[in-house]
Design a protein around this ligand. Sequence first.
Ligand code: SF4
Length: 278
Amino acid sequence: MSKTVKAVGTSHAASRPSSRTASTTPSKSTTVTTAKKTETGSATRKVEKSMAPASAKAPPRKGAAKRTATEIAAIFARFAAAMPEPKGELEHSNPFTLLVAVVLSAQATDAGVNKATRALFACADTPQKMLDLGEDVVRDHVKTIGLFRNKAKNVIALSQQLLRDHNGEVPAERDALTALPGVGRKTANVVLNMAFGHKTMAVDTHVFRVAHRLDMSLGNTPEAVEDDLMRIIPDAYLFHAHHWLILHGRYTCVARAPKCATCPVADLCRSVDKSLPA
Ligand code: SF4
């Protein structure tokens, strides 16, 4: 008999090691202000709950966000069959250029970041070379990306900090990564996963939406969704899970008019947003 896995939608762990344990501190408001560093570097931010699709904001349906372990394994088996080796789409040549690319990608598309970083990384693919380039030139390279002024500042500041504190290397520890300017939890999760092979779950708007539509979480913050996914995804699928979910959300389970007719998990989806031809 299959085990039922309940997604604890309102969980929000006080500390989040890469374990699957979720705590349960409810978050009730639609907007919260957090006094922590953002991915783009300002001291305080508003975390908008607008990431949630309309169906996620509605009161949960009876039985929603409940998946058996067998169902969850089946969903990820489909993703694995469709895309055995999913890859991130940010171009990079080493952990440092990956880190910079992820920092630049906040509230920007990967395609837009790649367009800007091709020339930047050709001149500067190490912290020292980035410092030698200087903030003005970095800013000029990334001026087509949103929030480019702040991001250029952060790229220079994190390069300085890597040279000062880490011998010019990108650290493989979450705390050391999030201590860098412009690096928040999501960026650290991407770098830990892609550069160092850790099983992490970076929750962006696509992962957030797909997790709700597939009844894997009712969490109303990225952190709550991360906790749920880390807890319920079978270990064998966890390393690639972030990329499967992000690519599924980016290309198939898109926000408006999801492409359900070509979805590999359509028969397992109970979302009110599901739409199949009659
Ligand atoms: S069936 Fe549609 S709504 Fe459900 S996961 Fe697939 S694309 Fe998304």
